[in-house]
Design a protein around this ligand. Sequence first.
Ligand SMILES: C[S@@+](CC[C@H](N)C(=O)[O-])C[C@H]1O[C@@H](n2cnc3c(N)ncnc32)[C@H](O)[C@@H]1O
Length: 293
Amino acid sequence: MQTTPHWSLEQLPDMDGAQFRQWQALLETRTGVCVSEQRRAYLQTSLGARMRELGIRDYQAYYDHVTRGISGALEWSALVEWLTVRETSFMRHRASFDCVARFLDQRRAADDQRPAQFWSVGCASGEEAYSLAIIMEQSLAANGHERRDYGVWATDISQHALDQARAGCYSARRLGGLTDAERGQWFEQLQDGQYRVTPALRDRVCFTRLNILELAQAPIRDLDIIFCQNLLIYFRRWRRRDLLNQLATRLAPGGMLVIGPGEIMDWNNPLLERVPDERVQAYRRRNSMECLE
Ligand SMILES: C[S@@+](CC[C@H](N)C(=O)[O-])C[C@H]1O[C@@H](n2cnc3c(N)ncnc32)[C@H](O)[C@@H]1O
């Protein structure tokens, strides 16, 4: 397909209903993200930005390009960067991180010495994953533990977000959710005014690309904490339930799944019990003996 790769400021025509439905279906099939009619303008703007970059003005021609062959697959991975909402921050929902801290206290009180494994699902540019590592470090320091046996998996569909996450450099504005003490301990200020996560924290987190629709193929299991916030809200309810059921099986016995408050209302799973704290939406995996009772 012939394209003119340059930025054009020329306005694209509005999508018609059929074009919207075609693009809406493609996005949902490939990422799970469901763009409602009310967010049609968002889809058009994001798609339009990429089309203007390529010098394409016709939604149908671009759709045909994206859905055909190897070059279409490559273009799709570029387009995903325009279509995903990657807003995030450190300690975004503090109460959820406090809940993780209490979980770690209980684990220690039970003298559980196993290495802890965390998973930030839909980690965007890494703030959530690093926040989990900070909580773990705080728990270890509070209890005078020398052994630092833990790791954080962090996955996202966006390669660009993962590159940012691995670099671990953030503007001061992005550190807003942290206390001064946390900022001072876990970041070094660079000459350009950015803050970089210290190597001690960065080395704990493994960032890797994963489309959550391909969860079944991910070899990540036996997690103590699965943190999945502000990802499933873009998905249909049946898909949220289905993915949460799959995530539940990835928890180690006693492990905890933390989602965003109100992200799903009518869901429960026999493997799990709700954590009795109304500030958070978190579930503990029962020990296998409890499931038999
Ligand atoms: C709004 S951010 C949430 C970031 C973080 N969890 C938080 O709560 O601050 C949603 C993230 O989900 C990612 N995402 C969207 N669809 C995805 C999919 N199918 N598989 C994996 N990640 C996806 C986006 O790239 C984006 O980084």
